[in-house]
Design a protein around this ligand. Structure first.
Ligand SMILES: [Mg+2]
Length: 414
């Protein structure tokens, strides 16, 4: 079953998103997704990886991941290239599941569970005003989450203050103010709700320690990216200085970057973003590495529905999966996921249910392709990827190893 065509699909309404579809000569179509820099992602998909993959066996997912990564890593992999690899990888797993007639989690080793607890990451869409409520009426927000059966939430309590000084100048009055919404939620619902803070990497180490220690009395679920994950030793220091687990998160790309933090004990909660870090192939490995270090995995979200479906397969399978990040403003009634995919993800009483059906368990709606704001770019030609105009000398073929030919100057003895 050969890969015949790869598409990138963009909707102006969701300007950061790229959906990728991989077509095969057997009629299967796999769906993937990534977010941010859609023109860069489309460039990586069509310029680099489509020529590499068109005409190749669709089921060879591990080989394709390796070939794409090795190509990108000639000059640094962790950008649009990694996002493109992630989206293509999800689509290949979707095809594999459809061919097998099984949900992807069964191809990963089967299900450890049939549902997983979610936490609501604070976003808003349409009539849902959760983000505003987090700022002005956090107690009511906490109660409404519990009313939906959602027992954990995350919000970036410190972002507005970090932005005043690039995280350098943390004043006592600011620190007191950023605790107010947490106090309001504890006052409203006690310990029924678990609360995580996401610092979005905006603080320096000194202030990260002050914030972590100031929030510790509220028994925070975790502290995520109080500092940017660009320094393993500082994360070890932070983990030693605060009680809440240090969550190392969506900015780490591939098992190689997670390895450094896991080995140092600097990633107490492991939060790979599946659509940036390398897809299902890589996230499964990162989850297993976390398992070996006796750490939980809680995949990152706050992007699109295909990511949620892909993460759901990891979370049904991985023994150490803890929680799934979801946003009720997006998946719930009036949210936008239903405008793009069918079926939608199912969350019941705060629990995300295992996807049903073969492959990912969802697909782009047919009417996505009828929209006025859709752009579809397509590649169907195999060939050499662009290497920047370098000429490669062609030598004679002096031998073969499996599929690979050895080209060298024949007159030289081996
Ligand atoms: Mg985050």
């Amino acid at each position: 079953m050969k890969i015949t065509r790869i598409e990138t699909i963009h909707l102006k309404q969701f300007a950061a998103a790229t959906w990728v579809r991989v077509h095969t000569d057997a009629g299967y179509i796999g769906l993937g997704e990534t977010w941010f820099g859609p023109r860069s992602v489309a460039g990586a998909v069509h310029e680099m990886f489509s020529p590499l993959l068109i005409g190749q066996e669709a089921s060879a997912i591990e080989r394709h991941w390796r070939d794409m990564f090795d190509m990108a890593n000639a000059y640094g992999y962790a950008g649009a290239e990694a996002r493109a690899i992630s989206a293509i990888d999800i689509a290949l797993w979707d095809i594999a599941g459809q061919v097998a007639g099984q949900p992807i989690y069964n191809l990963l080793g089967g299900a450890c569970r049939d549902r997983i607890r979610t936490y609501n990451t604070t976003g808003q869409w349409g009539e849902n005003r959760d983000m505003e409520r987090a700022m002005i009426d956090a107690g009511t927000l906490a109660k409404s989450l519990l009313d939906d059966g959602i027992t954990a939430m995350k919000w970036a309590f410190t972002d507005p203050f970090a932005d005043l000084s690039r995280g350098v100048d943390l004043r006592a009055e600011d620190l007191a103010l950023m605790l107010k919404p947490i106090e309001a939620m504890r006052d409203a619902v006690g310990n029924q709700l678990d609360i995580a803070n996401d610092g979005h990497g905006r603080w320096n180490l000194n202030n990260a320690i002050r914030i972590g220690q100031a929030m510790d009395p509220f028994d925070m679920m975790w502290q995520e990216e109080l500092i940017q994950p660009t320094n393993v030793e500082n994360h070890v220091t932070l983990a030693q200085e605060i009680i809440a687990p240090v969550c190392v998160s969506e900015r780490l790309v591939s098992k190689y970057q997670f390895r450094e933090y896991l080995r140092a004990g600097a990633a107490e909660v492991v939060m790979p973003d599946l659509i940036w870090t390398g897809g299902i192939t890589e996230t499964k490995k990162i989850a297993t590495m976390a398992e070996a270090e006796q750490r939980p995995v809680a995949p990152h979200d706050m992007t699109g529905p295909v990511n949620v479906f892909a993460c759901a397969h990891i979370c049904m399978n991985a023994p150490n999966a803890w929680l799934m990040e979801t946003c009720r403003a997006f998946y719930g009634k009036g949210g936008w996921y239903a405008d793009v995919v069918e079926p939608n993800i199912r969350v019941v009483d705060g629990q995300l249910l295992a996807p049903v059906g073969p492959g990912l368990g969802t697909r782009l709606r047919d009417d996505v392709f009828d929209r006025a704001d859709v752009t579809v770019e397509s590649s169907d030609k195999p060939g050499a990827p662009h290497w920047g105009g370098h000429e490669s000398p062609v030598f004679e073929i002096v031998g073969e190893r499996g599929e690979r030919k050895i080209q060298y100057r024949k007159s030289w003895d081996r």
